[in-house]
Design a binder for this molecule. Structure first.
Ligand SMILES: Cc1ncc(COP(=O)(O)O)c(C=O)c1O
Length: 426
């Protein structure tokens, strides 16, 4: 078994005997380059989760695939009891490296990994709620989150009611005596409502409830989530963290005193991920800051162009001055780490058939449901069918969602320009 934080003895002996000065220098550098919470997030991205130098010290922690872990003798086996180093499901140096990196970025005490973003959400809610509890869920939530609340949670005797994501402190009127969790998703991934997280936290905490937030849109760089009052941050790492559209992954981040409760739920549900996926997520994470800057740069240009097209009534992109939610985005978010996801509400008179024609005419925008990868995407959306308390707000609106990728922005713009022309073709 590879022991984290130790080198194979032979390698250690050679290094220490043959290169004492170099080794001392290396150790000193390792210590001074270790996770320092005062570093800029981009620096932390490059250096966190790299403490394990046990395997000859490669830059990237290697993939460890393991179910069974072997012990030298029974004394070692017994000494490991109750620790995470007993069985592959509890973690490996690869998953540990990803957990360490995400904790360092978010300022969390613990990170629990799950095989998808949805699994991170369901694991969190199952760990925090019990029969008889009430969950107050944003109406803008990711649809499968709603399916889980209305399905499995309801069958378990946990009730859910939905609130308008723009209610902010007004959720106080919807809190019930048994409300244990308020769940936010900011910005909503189809309708882009920015939520006032400190206001939600104040109401939840006043009643002893927790604020859980789906922070996929913000990424670990977008804001200081625990300083905004969130108790548990959940990420679909599938999106910008992985960044290459080839891995499904979720992460749950929390601080004390919630670590034991969430760890226990995660353990009891048997949630774990493989070394290959952890490796790819860690590899994607290293370039998150650089990628977000390009997503943001491209999205800003395209959002501006879209906002002046006569076919477009509204661009839903909180980082854009004048857009809905911009004031909250300015107050709470890191200006250098916006992303490339935006919504479009078409002008009255534009039909959904025309929008389908526009989408089909795009050459560089793929038609697909996800976002956060390096590629541009576009889909038609109809939130009124997915919402309960805010359905009327979106009723009759013809809409689309675009993910602006890392392609050249002039090429993306040219593609949209020709697609807007094609929309009018008979
Ligand atoms: C906001 C949000 N949360 C969670 C998820 C679920 O992530 P996954 O697909 O990894 O289960 C998604 C997926 O699209 C999402 O958009």
């Amino acid at each position: 078994m590879i022991e984290p934080n130790s080198k194979p003895p032979r390698v250690q002996a050679i290094q220490i005997k043959a290169f004492p000065l170099a080794w001392a220098f290396y150790r000193l550098r390792e210590l001074t380059m270790s996770d320092n919470p005062s570093d800029h997030p981009a620096t932390r991205l490059a250096h966190s989760g790299r403490a394990d130098k046990s395997c000859y010290g490669p830059v990237n922690p290697p993939v460890v695939r393991a179910s069974t872990l072997l012990f030298a003798n029974t004394a070692e086996l017994k000494a490991a009891a109750g620790t995470r180093r007993t069985y592959g499901r509890h973690g490996t140096p690869t998953t540990q490296a990803l957990e360490d990196a995400l904790c360092a970025l978010e300022g969390a005490d613990a990170c629990l990994l799950a095989p998808s973003g949805l699994a991170a959400i369901t694991t969190t809610l199952l760990s925090l709620l019990k029969a008889g509890d009430h969950l107050l869920m944003t109406d803008s939530c990711y649809q499968p989150t709603r399916d889980f609340c209305d399905g499995l949670l309801a069958r378990m005797g946990i009730s859910t009611s939905y609130y308008d994501p723009l209610l902010d402190a007004g959720i106080a009127a919807l809190m019930q005596a048994n409300t244990r969790v308020v769940f936010a998703e900011s910005a909503g991934s189809l309708t882009f409502e920015m939520q006032d997280l400190p206001a939600l936290a104040a109401v939840a905490h006043a009643q002893g409830a927790l604020l859980v937030a789906d922070c996929t849109w913000a990424t670990p760089l977008g804001w200081q989530v625990f300083e905004l009052g969130v108790d548990v941050a959940v990420h679909a790492a599938t999106k910008y963290i992985v960044g290459h559209s080839d891995v499904l992954l979720g992460a749950i981040l929390c601080r004390q005193p919630l670590v034991a409760q969430l760890r226990q739920g995660h353990h009891e549900l048997g949630v774990s991920i493989g070394g290959d996926d952890a490796y790819l997520a860690l590899r994607g994470l290293r370039t998150l800051a650089a990628r977000l800057r390009v997503h943001q740069h491209n999205a800003a240009q395209i959002a501006h162009w879209l906002s002046v097209q006569p076919e477009v009534a509204q661009v839903l992109y909180p980082p854009m001055p004048g857009a809905a939610g911009h004031a909250l985005w300015q107050r709470d978010c890191q200006p250098e780490y916006a992303n490339g996801l935006l919504g479009l509400v078409f002008a009255p008179g534009i039909s959904s058939a025309q929008v389908d024609r526009l989408i089909d005419a795009c050459r560089l925008f793929g038609i697909g449901y996800s976002w956060g990868g390096y590629e541009s995407l576009i889909i038609p959306v109809n939130p009124s069918k997915l919402r309960s308390v805010t359905a009327a707000r979106w009723q009759g609106k013809v809409m689309a969602r675009l993910h602006i990728g890392l392609e050249d922005s002039a090429d993306l713009l040219a593609d949209l320009q020709q697609a807007f022309v094609a929309m009018h073709a008979v």
